[in-house]
Write a protein that binds this ligand. Structure first.
Ligand code: NAG
Ligand code: NAG
Ligand code: NAG
Ligand code: NAG
Ligand code: NAG
Ligand code: NAG
Length: 396
C-alpha cells in the first residue's frame, strides 16, 4: 500500500503544479500567444507612403529597442534610406565601416531592390509591407505632397486627373508621388496607366515580384486585422503590436471624392489599383486560413481593449490633438504640405517607468529615428551634431 500511496501523492502533486501553472498563465492579460514558435527578429519592413506605415515603424522601433536589436538606420542621421533612389547597402550606417556583424531590422523609407537589401540583411529575414486603397491614398498624397511639380497650379485633385494623361511628366524629380507610388516604392516601373497596351503583363510581373520578395502584405484599411495577422506571422504577442495612430492627418484637411474622381484615379493608377485588389484578396485568404474568423474577432477585440487601456493611462486628452496643442516640442510630429499632422500630449501624473513606456508609444518618427541613431552610434553623434531639423529643433 505504501508505494501506491506515494505514487498517488506524486501524481497529485504534479496535477496541482500543472493546474496552478496553467491557471496563472491564463490570468496574464492578453498573452494568448502560443509559444510553440520563436519570435521573429530579422525583419525588413518596406515603408510605403501614406499607408499608416509610421505607426508600424513605431511598433518595430519599440520592439527592437526593448530587445536591444540593431537597426539598419540611414547613413549620417538621415530619416530615410535615400529615397527615391534605389536602395544600396552603403546607404545604411555601419555597413561601410563594418560596425555590426548583423542587422535585425530595416524599416525606413527606401525604394526597394531585393538583391541589394539581401546584401545587408540575414538570409532568414522576414519581409513585409503595407498597401492602402489607391483612391483614398491619392487624396492623401495630393494634400501632403502639394508642392511637387505635378500638382503645381492644380486647384483640385480632379483638376490634376483631368490633364494627367497629357500634362504629367514622369521625368521630373518627385513627380513619382503622383503616379502609381506603391509600385514605385516596391522598386517597380510605375509608368503605367489603364491605357498602357501591356497593362496586364505589367500587373502580373508586379504581383509576382512582390510575392517572390515579401512574406506578407498588409492592408491599411484593415489595420487591426493587419496587426493580428502580423503578430501571428512574426510569433509576437498582442502587446507587441498595440499602437496609437501616428503621423495621421486632422479630419479637417480630408476631402471626400466623387465616384467619377475615384474612377479616374483607378485608371491613372491602374497598376497600383490592380496590385491592391490582388493583395487585399490574399490578405483575407491568409486571415481565414491562418487565424480563422472567430479567433480574429477575439484578438481584434483584445487589441482594442488594450489600446483603450493604454490611452487612459498615457494620454492627457484621450486622443490625438492638432500640433498647436502639443506642449512638449520633442513630441510634435513633422508637419509637411497642406496636411495638419496630429500628435499627443502625455498625462502629467505618471511614474517614470510608465512615462517612458508611454513616450515610446507617441514618439514621432523623426525623433525616434534620431534617438535610436544616438543609442546605436554614440561615437558618431559628435560628427553630425551640426545637422539640424528646423521643423523639430530650434536651429539658432
Ligand atoms: C539590453 O541592454 C541593456 C544594457 O546593455 C541591458 O541592461 C538589458 O538587459 C538588455 N535587454 C535585453 C532584453 O537583452
Ligand atoms: C474634369 O473633367 C470633368 C469631365 O470632363 C468635368 O466635368 C470637370 O468639371 C473637370 N474638373 C475640373 C476641376 O476641371
Ligand atoms: C512613360 O511611358 C511613355 C509611354 O510608353 C513614354 O513616352 C515616356 O517617355 C515614359 N516616361 C518615363 C519617365 O519613362
Ligand atoms: C519632362 O521633363 C524633363 C526633365 O525636366 C525634360 O527634359 C523634358 O523635356 C520634359 N518633357 C516634356 C514632354 O515636357
Ligand atoms: C477587400 O476585401 C474585403 C474582404 O473580401 C472586401 O470586403 C473589400 O470590398 C475589398 N476591397 C476592395 C477595394 O475590393
Ligand atoms: C523621475 O525622473 C525625473 C526626471 O528625469 C528625476 O528627476 C526623478 O529623480 C525620477 N524619479 C524616480 C523615482 O526615479
Amino acid at each position: 500500500l505504501v508505494p501506491i500511496k506515494g505514487l498517488i501523492l506524486r501524481y497529485f502533486l504534479i496535477y496541482v503544479i500543472i493546474t496552478l501553472y496553467t491557471s496563472t498563465s491564463k490570468h496574464l492579460p492578453f498573452s494568448s500567444i502560443d509559444r510553440k514558435c520563436r519570435a521573429e527578429t530579422h525583419i525588413v519592413f518596406l515603408k510605403t507612403h501614406k499607408t499608416a506605415s509610421s505607426t508600424i515603424l513605431n511598433i518595430l522601433y519599440r520592439f527592437g529597442e526593448s530587445k536591444n536589436l540593431t537597426f539598419a538606420l540611414p547613413l549620417n542621421k538621415n530619416s530615410q534610406l535615400f529615397y527615391p533612389f534605389f536602395f544600396a547597402p552603403h546607404f545604411v550606417e555601419g555597413v561601410s565601416s563594418h560596425h555590426f556583424s548583423e542587422f535585425h531590422i530595416m524599416c525606413n523609407h527606401m525604394r526597394f531592390r531585393n538583391s541589394e537589401v539581401a546584401k545587408v540583411m540575414p538570409r532568414d529575414t522576414f519581409y513585409f509591407s503595407i498597401l492602402r486603397n489607391p483612391v483614398s491614398m491619392m487624396e492623401s498624397i495630393f494634400i501632403y505632397y502639394k508642392s511637387i511639380p505635378a500638382f503645381h497650379g492644380k486647384r483640385s485633385l480632379d483638376d490634376f486627373l483631368n490633364s494627367s494623361r497629357t500634362h504629367y511628366n514622369g521625368s521630373i524629380v518627385n513627380n513619382h508621388y503622383a503616379h502609381n507610388i506603391l509600385a514605385f516604392d516596391f522598386g517597380l516601373n510605375n509608368n503605367v496607366t489603364f491605357e498602357s497596351p501591356d497593362l496586364n503583363k505589367q500587373v502580373l510581373n508586379a504581383i509576382s515580384a512582390i510575392e517572390r520578395d515579401f512574406h506578407l502584405i498588409l492592408i491599411s484599411e484593415y489595420f487591426e486585422e493587419s496587426m493580428v495577422l502580423l503578430r501571428h506571422s512574426l510569433c509576437w504577442s498582442l502587446e507587441d503590436v498595440v499602437s496609437f495612430k501616428l503621423n495621421s492627418r486632422s479630419d479637417h484637411t480630408r476631402h471626400k471624392l466623387s465616384p467619377e474622381t475615384a474612377d479616374k484615379i483607378k485608371k491613372w493608377n491602374a497598376l497600383d489599383w490592380k496590385i491592391y485588389l490582388h493583395f487585399n484578396a490574399t490578405f483575407w485568404h491568409k486571415l481565414d486560413t491562418i487565424i480563422g474568423q472567430q479567433q480574429l474577432e477575439k484578438e481584434v477585440t483584445e487589441l482594442r481593449a488594450l489600446q483603450t487601456k493604454l490611452a487612459d493611462i498615457c494620454l492627457k486628452d484621450g486622443g490625438a490633438v492638432d500640433p498647436s496643442k502639443i506642449k512638449d516640442a520633442g513630441l510634435k510630429p513633422f508637419q509637411y504640405g497642406a496636411a495638419v499632422i496630429q500628435g499627443y500630449n502625455l498625462n502629467p501624473d505618471m511614474n517614470n517607468q510608465t512615462r517612458a513606456k508611454c513616450e515610446q508609444l507617441i514618439r514621432p518618427e523623426l525623433q525616434y529615428t534620431d534617438k535610436l541613431y544616438i543609442q546605436q552610434f554614440p561615437e558618431k553623434v559628435l560628427d553630425v551634431i551640426h545637422v539640424c531639423f528646423p521643423v523639430i529643433q530650434n536651429c539658432t
